[in-house]
Design a protein around this ligand. Structure first.
Ligand code: KIV
Length: 319
């Protein structure tokens, strides 16, 4: 049990208190006004709260959770049910940011109606406010928009194509490939996508597409000229147990912080230094006396239990 206040009514921290809710149209408006879109992944309630309360515009429940949360080698294994589970938690922790859920591998690759059905589950059962799909799946985007599901596209290095690509490689390295990527981005925009993630492409390609496209681009490993940027939360805070990719900037070292906290806790337990007397509940004086004069063992236990419980309840109520 933890008495930490996680209720939906807990006060909002810091700067998002007065900021309006971000919706898919907000992203288009930000592009028009030249305001950069900040985006991060989150996969659970506390991370979503932290990210949301700091004023990040878009939270992606990425299928990268397969790797950073569940320890898989790539993103292919994560299921629709797992995405639902994590999206629900993120939605509970988010008030302002737009919550986008990734459609996992296999949830839309078979048929358009399969993709629509799974996207509707993410909206209806988990509270996703948009879904993200990888690749130039124009027909699916059109069908999703017809079904009232906002869509974020994802082009360039699409991790669900890892087997076909033979690894994670920077894409669009030739003029032809850039032109194809630009055509795909336009096709997605015309089909109704509200934004497009551009991943792992040369800066110049991302800049050209961003300048030409009517909808925002959100880059990861695509240089600084996109309309917004996204990173995987665990990369940002060094919780991945792997060297960072070239495009990652580490803004904190949660790994070192957590290791040190856990290590100090373990040492304190081993040395009887935790918990202290101040971190303990106490019997009321009367019960202490009863205990010390040595009642019959069973009576003493009953009396003490009742008092400890009452005492603990009172202390918790005051906390
Ligand atoms: O799953 C994910 O985290 C992503 C981002 C890298 C864009 O798709």
């Amino acid at each position: 049990m933890s008495l930490t206040e996680f209720s939906a009514r807990a006060p909002l921290a810091s700067r998002n208190l007065f900021l309006p809710k971000v919706t898919m149209p907000t992203l288009g408006e930000m592009k028009r006004q030249g305001k950069p879109i900040s985006a991060l992944t989150a996969y659970d309630y506390p991370t979503a709260r932290l990210v949301d309360e700091t004023g990040i515009d878009l939270i992606l429940v990425g299928d990268s959770l397969a790797m950073v949360m569940l320890g898989h080698e790539n993103t292919l294994a994560v299921t629709v049910d797992e995405m639902l589970h994590h999206t629900r938690a993120v939605r509970r922790g988010t008030r302002r940011a737009l919550v986008v859920a990734d459609m996992p591998f296999g949830s839309y690759h078979d048929a358009v109606n399969q993709g629509v059905a799974n996207a509707i589950r993410l909206v209806k059962e988990a509270g996703a406010e948009a879904v993200k799909i990888e690749g130039p799946r124009v027909e699916l985007v059109r069908a999703l928009v017809d079904a009232e599901v906002p869509v974020v596209g994802h082009l360039g290095l699409t991790p669900q194509s890892v087997l076909r690509m033979g690894g994670y490689r920077v894409q669009a390295r030739t003029l032809d490939a850039v032109l194809q990527l630009q055509a795909d981005a336009f096709a997605l925009a015309h089909a109704g996508a509200g934004a497009i993630v551009l991943e792992g492409i040369p800066r110049e390609a991302a800049a050209a597409i961003t300048a030409a496209l009517p909808i925002p681009t959100i880059g990861i490993g695509a240089g600084p000229d996109c309309d917004g940027q996204i990173l995987v939360f665990h990369d940002l805070v060094n919780l991945t147990f792997a060297p960072a990719a070239k495009f990652v900037r580490r803004y904190g070292d949660a790994s070192a912080l957590f290791r040190s906290a856990v290590e100090r806790y373990r040492l304190d337990v081993e040395h009887h230094a935790f918990p202290s007397d101040a971190e303990s509940y106490h019997l009321p004086e009367s019960a202490r006396q009863l205990l010390s004069i040595g009642l019959d063992a069973e009576d003493a236990r009953d009396n003490a239990d009742a008092m400890v419980n009452r005492d603990a309840r009172e202390e918790m109520n005051q906390a």
